[in-house]
Design a protein around this ligand. Structure first.
Ligand code: FAD
Length: 372
């Protein structure tokens, strides 16, 4: 039964572990494509689905790998059989692809996985001083604050352990500024924070490979950067099911209308990390949970209105916020309008303990909401 009380699988949110490929897609621009694809299945404890009001939603959940989308027939082939839809919301996220940067998997501590983050913590606790490199492998990646939080937390930890004077912390990234998708003012503010903590910032770097034997980053012009400990953000890509479907844009992610989140395929919407939404300055809306959540709410309202026969109203407005954890029990907080012209207008609040406590409370809320 769907959200409107009708029997069947008319409304399906896709993206809770699985595989999909796309066949015979008819796009709004009239083009057809036929491809196959595969994506890894999600593991772990399944969150509960609970309505904001506390009542259980009248939704049927199909836990399965999506293996194919037939856009013409409006049907998804899954590992649990076919699922028909009238409207489809694709929310398959971005997958980590460490293999796309030679040497990364063998040598970097991948702070974007739980195991990797735990290992990085242990490595830092056992570290006796030296060069720590924080590496952003490729653009785009999710959570634009995370590499800078990694560097700031590392610096604070080394200082606490009395190792700061015999250590260096440096960020290497293809970005021109820290968090450039939040606009130049915020980038300059975060750069200032890095400088005040003597963290090196190396922008516009193209990383060719990581050499495990010699512990060196190899940059585009064969410049070599030695390190003792490498904390890395691996390359990201759209799940294959998206990349190889009619939904994919040039980057492999899904271009959508920036307010309605409609894709180029009739009846299909996309939200979250799977999307590619241009903003001012030739950049793209950051991949962040705060946007995924607000987009989901907007698309839900939009589709419900369409199915009721009402005129859909409202729009996703590109507003969002995030914390910047800095170590020493303090954090900063950035919030603003990512759709602003001629540049995103995002303000960084003065770092302090209250933002750190806010972040802890925010995390606890989500853990409670999903895993209670
Ligand atoms: C270290 C770190 C810190 C972060 N901190 C923040 C933060 O402070 N604030 C913030 O806003 N964001 C943060 N983010 C980003 C945030 O986690 C993501 O932006 C958010 O999870 C995106 O949600 P999503 O639903 O689009 O994708 P996801 O949460 O990735 O969900 C997509 C799901 O689809 C599944 N899937 C993939 N392929 C298939 C298929 N073929 N069939 C079925 N299912 C499939 C995947 O397994 C996954 O379960 C952080 C990310 C990282 C890595």
């Amino acid at each position: 039964m769907d959200a409107l009380g009708r029997p069947g699988d008319h409304l399906l949110r896709q993206g809770s572990g699985g595989r999909t490929d796309s066949r015979g897609a008819r796009r709004r621009d009239g083009r057809n494509r036929r491809r196959t694809a595969a994506a890894p299945r999600a593991r772990g404890r399944r969150p509960r689905c609970r309505h904001r009001t506390g009542t259980d939603l009248p939704l049927r959940t199909v836990e399965a790998e999506a293996r194919a989308i037939d856009f013409e027939a409006r049907r998804i082939e899954t590992s649990n059989g076919p699922v028909a839809y009238d409207r489809l919301v694709v929310a398959l996220g971005a997958e980590l692809a460490p293999e796309l940067l030679p040497g990364f998997a063998e040598t970097a501590l991948d702070v974007y996985t739980l195991d990797g983050a735990l290992e990085a913590g242990r490595a830092l606790e056992g570290f006796t001083g030296g060069r720590v490199a924080v590496l952003v492998s490729r653009l785009p990646y999710k959570c634009p604050a995370a590499p800078y939080e990694t560097a700031l937390l590392t610096e604070a930890l080394l200082r606490r352990r009395g190792l700061r004077e015999r250590s260096s912390v440096d960020v290497y990234t293809p970005e021109p500024l820290p968090m450039p998708t939040a606009g130049p003012e915020l980038g300059a503010a975060v750069h200032g924070i890095l400088e005040s903590r003597r963290i090196g910032f190396h922008p516009e770097q193209t990383i060719e490979r990581v050499e495990a034997d010699t512990r060196e980053l190899v940059l585009a012009d064969d410049e070599r950067v030695p390190y003792d400990l490498l904390l890395g953000i691996p390359p990201h890509r759209a799940p294959a099911v998206i990349r190889e479907s009619a939904l994919a844009g040039e980057s492999g992610f899904i271009p959508v209308d920036r307010t309605s989140l409609a894709t180029t395929v009739e009846g299909v919407y996309a939200i979250g990390d799977a999307t590619s939404i241009p903003i001012a300055g030739g950049k793209f809306l950051p991949k962040a949970g705060v946007f995924a959540e607000r987009q989901a709410e907007q698309v839900g309202r939009w589709i419900a209105a369409e199915l009721r026969g009402d005129t859909p109203t409202g729009a996703f407005d590109g507003k969002g916020a995030c914390f910047l954890e800095m170590g020493d029990g303090i954090a900063a907080y950035a919030s603003g309008d990512f759709y602003a012209e001629p540049a995103p207008k995002v303000r960084l609040r003065r770092p302090g303990r209250r933002w750190h406590l806010g972040k802890v409370a925010f995390e606890r809320y989500w853990l409670w909401r999903w895993f209670r």
